[in-house]
Design a protein around this ligand. Structure first.
Ligand code: ADP
Ligand code: ZN
Ligand code: MG
Length: 482
């Protein structure tokens, strides 16, 4: 029997507001345990939360970027459960009346473009962290993360396998990054996904029973988890067993998941509207103002690169993977470099080197403007391409200004008459046989002599000037010049 994978993601992203969602505590990653909290975010009895206005603005911005409808009135609700990372024994979230409804995210897959529908985006608070094994066999609690604002982006079960799940998460990350509402640092847990997976016979219209794996924090983990879970479910069905609806723990080191607990139903949480918080009202003018602040989104930028700049699709995709990469490329263009040259310098030269070295644009000791000035030196014929690659290599290690490096590394093109003439003379003197061959009609010898002359100039001669000077030396002054 052939099966189809069905998958839906609940992506949590921390919002990068200056302060937390209900209090004035700093919203920053890390810190000494339990130093960035107060009676409100730790949920002491009697403390009252006040909603941070910017959390709503950020969530609306993310919602608009993902084409959601913004609810004019939404409500915070208590989700009741006991776990030591949440001292008040409930999480303030949204349930019946979320802030953003519907929407979609477009992704590219090997089978072409796909539109993934969203169910909703809602606001909630993050929980603290449990530190196991840090203190003997005990567990310590760090509440610094309590009250960090989150949005939860819930997709419809529209993803059809590991590749789509990964592409979807990448697309969401790019959008949130472009909107500057989250720092989307997956390694710090700023963005993580609960992955729901089921399988069904190809052609079936009903969904199968799903399992859920919580808190996956890399694209690779999402991809592997979907594949492994679909395989596990297939083996169960092949053995005549049933898939149990449950929450499973994905172990990325072992590449497998194990059952944690039966999946809770919404009613287990006894949701009810939080009586401490008033409903959230968002006016049409609020929405219009935030919509006007939306930046160019990754998909729009990609379309502009392809449509207006005439960049090939594959290059456009690479250039728009992150805001940092696109901004670097645009800084190269801003130096007056032609589009094709700019693409070559960024994609072929820079990205390839970064890839090979396992580095990213973020830790380069120079910016796009400097790379643009290097490309401009090549376009102006002041440095040749081979030399420019050497200069780029040096810039990648210690930064620096391309023109100054060209000078100090002795890589400026030799274009003065004396230098060119000396190179030509050296080539002719060093290869009398080739000169004789040329004069008796062997055109091939010209190329050889050109190579010798370039070598004599240390590879730095302006090739056009060198060629003209060599011809003149061999053939006598060119016509029209005589
Ligand atoms: P919860 O997990 O909080 O109970 P939902 O029932 O709304 O919430 O579903 C959460 C996620 O599970 C959504 O992203 C949805 O697309 C996905 N999902 C629901 N049913 C299935 C299914 N049969 N197979 C795979 N994913 C599913
Ligand atoms: Zn606080
Ligand atoms: Mg869930």
């Amino acid at each position: 029997m052939a099966y189809e994978i069905v998958c839906g993601l609940e992506i949590h992203a921390e919002l990068s507001t200056a302060t937390k969602i209900w209090c004035g505590c700093a919203n920053e990653f890390g810190g000494e345990p339990n130093t960035r909290c107060c009676p409100v975010c730790t949920g002491l009895p009697g403390a009252l939360p006040v909603l941070n206005r910017r959390v709503v603005a950020f969530a609306v911005k993310a919602g608009l970027a993902m084409h959601c409808t913004i609810a004019p009135r939404s409500v915070m609700a208590r989700k009741n459960y006991f776990y030591p990372d949440m001292p008040k024994a409930y999480q303030i979230s949204q349930y019946e009346a979320p802030l953003c409804l519907g929407g979609h995210v477009d992704i590219e897959t090997s089978a072409g473009p796909r539109r993934i529908r969203l169910t909703r985006i809602h606001i909630e608070e993050d929980a603290g962290k449990l530190l196991h094994d840090a203190y003997g066999t005990g567990t310590l609690v760090d509440l610094n993360r309590c009250g960090v604002p989150l949005i939860e982006i819930v997709s419809e079960p529209d993803l059809r396998g590991a590749e789509e799940a990964k592409a979807y998460m990448e697309a969401v990350r790019e959008i949130l990054e472009a909107c500057a509402v989250s720092d989307v640092k997956m390694q710090e847990g700023s963005m993580r996904a609960d992955v729901n997976v089921s399988i069904r016979p190809v052609g079936a219209t009903e969904y199968g029973t799903r399992t859920e794996m919580k808190n996956l924090n890399s694209f690779r983990a999402v991809h592997r988890a979907v594949e492994a879970e679909a395989k596990r479910q297939e083996a169960l069905l092949a053995a005549g067993k049933k898939v149990a609806q449950e929450t499973r723990q994905w172990d990325d080191n072992r590449g497998e998941s194990r059952g944690m607990r039966g999946k809770e139903d919404a009613q287990d949480y006894r949701y009810f509207p939080d009586p401490d918080l008033v409903p959230i009202l968002v006016s049409e003018s609020d929405v219009a103002r935030i919509r006007a602040e939306l930046p160019e989104l990754p998909a729009e930028r990609r379309a502009r690169y392809i449509g207006t700049l005439g960049i090939a699709e594959a290059d456009a995709a690479l250039l728009t993977r992150s805001r940092a990469e696109a901004e670097l490329f645009e800084a190269v263009l801003a130096q007056g470099v032609g589009v094709r040259a700019a693409v070559t310098w960024v994609v072929v030269e820079l990205f390839a080197r970064l890839n090979a070295a396992g580095r990213s644009v973020a830790d380069l000791p120079f910016g796009g403007a400097a790379l643009g000035r290097l490309a401009a030196l090549v376009e102006a014929g002041k440095v040749n391409a081979g030399s420019a690659r050497r200069i780029l290599g040096s810039m990648m290690e210690q930064g620096g200004e391309p023109a100054a490096l060209a000078e100090s590394m002795g890589l400026l093109v030799v274009a003065d008459e004396g230098g060119i003439a000396a190179a030509v003379a050296a080539a002719l003197a060093g290869s009398p046989a080739a000169v004789a061959d040329y004069r008796s009609g062997s055109a091939k010898s010209f190329g050889f002599l050109m190579g010798q002359a370039m070598k004599a100039a240390g590879g730095r001669a302006d090739p056009k000037l060198l060629q003209a000077a060599l011809r003149e030396a061999l053939d006598g002054p060119a016509e029209g010049k005589a």
